[in-house]
Design a protein around this ligand. Structure first.
Ligand SMILES: Nc1ncnc2c1ncn2[C@@H]1O[C@H](COP(=O)(O)OP(=O)(O)OP(=O)(O)O)[C@@H](O)[C@H]1O
Ligand SMILES: [Mg+2]
Length: 266
């Protein structure tokens, strides 16, 4: 079998709460194949974001703790890396589009300077080349007046525009793996479809594997190859999308499907 782009084995995450430590991700294991779009689906609070943050090693010590047998990115065990190496890999080899785009963008720098800095830092481009690459990337994610947008600050943009900017920043380095955490939840249906198509399209072009976190089965049906269903921190079912929709095994998956009849149109 071909080596997985991302291989997670027995990932556990616990968070501190007033009443003690709570296990919110329980023994999660999966492989993400090269070029694959894999969905992580489940209700609010089931542990999707914590799974993503743990893979990215972004869970602050005061919030909780992650532990896994292995988290391998192209055969490199991320868990064993010193933080400095991990910082280098984050963004370059594995990147994430966050659920809250405002918190992920720096309010004091223009979109142009933030996006250009990705091209300069991770791809070693000159200032001029990085600006050109940034304008090009903004065009590709469907931003019409990209030159003007380069000069704006995050708070001046609509939610949809910010998500497009986040997608461009995450894809700028052509990472091996992209984790997209509900990247379009806050958007209207049309914008949602555009942003997701661009994300998946860019992924296909650059051979990036995508872990797409969502609670929307319509999105799973339309954009994903395979899906994992998460319930209370555990993966209860994993299958190819066609199989999942035609022969759901777990009662919770059936419940999800029954609640979303439109998603069955494949
Ligand atoms: N900072 C935190 N401190 C304490 N508990 C937290 C913290 N963040 C998340 N949790 C808890 O961890 C569990 C998993 O949270 P997580 O954010 O991974 O859920 P999710 O599946 O991403 O939900 P949503 O669909 O709403 O984004 C939840 O029960 C949540 O209450
Ligand atoms: Mg979440």
């Amino acid at each position: 079998m071909k080596q997985a782009a991302l291989s997670v084995h027995k990932l556990n995450v616990s968070v501190r709460s007033a009443s003690g430590t709570v296990n919110v991700v329980k023994s999660v294991s999966f492989d993400l194949a090269a070029g694959e779009v894999l969905a992580l689906v489940g209700e609010s609070g089931c542990g999707k974001t914590k799974t993503a943050e743990a893979i990215m090693r972004l869970i602050p010590h005061d919030i909780g703790q992650a532990q896994a047998d292995t988290i391998e990115l192209n055969g490199v065990n991320l868990e064993a890396l010193p933080e400095k190496r991990m910082r280098d890999i984050r963004g370059r080899k594995i990147s994430m589009v966050f659920q809250e785009p405002l918190t992920a963008l720096d309010p004091v720098f223009t979109i142009g300077s933030q996006l250009s800095s990705v091209y300069r830092r991770h791809r070693g481009q000159s200032k001029r080349k990085a600006r050109a690459s940034s304008v090009d990337m903004l065009d590709r994610v469907g931003i019409a007046d990209s030159r003007r947008i380069m000069k704006t600050y995050p708070h001046q943009l609509s939610g949809g525009m910010r998500q497009r900017v986040m997608v461009s920043m995450a894809m700028a380095c052509q990472p091996r793996v992209l984790i997209a955490d509900e990247p379009t939840t806050a958007l209207d249906v049309t914008t949602q479809a555009q942003v997701l198509s661009q994300l998946v399209g860019l992924g296909h072009e650059s051979g990036t594997s995508i872990l797409l976190i969502t609670h929307d089965l319509g999105i799973v049906a339309q954009y994903c190859d395979r899906a994992m269903v998460m319930l209370h921190g555990q993966i209860v079912e994993e299958a190819g999308v066609t199989e999942l929709f035609s022969r759901p095994q777990h009662p919770y998956t059936r419940e999800l499907l029954a609640a979303c009849p439109g998603a069955a149109v494949l």
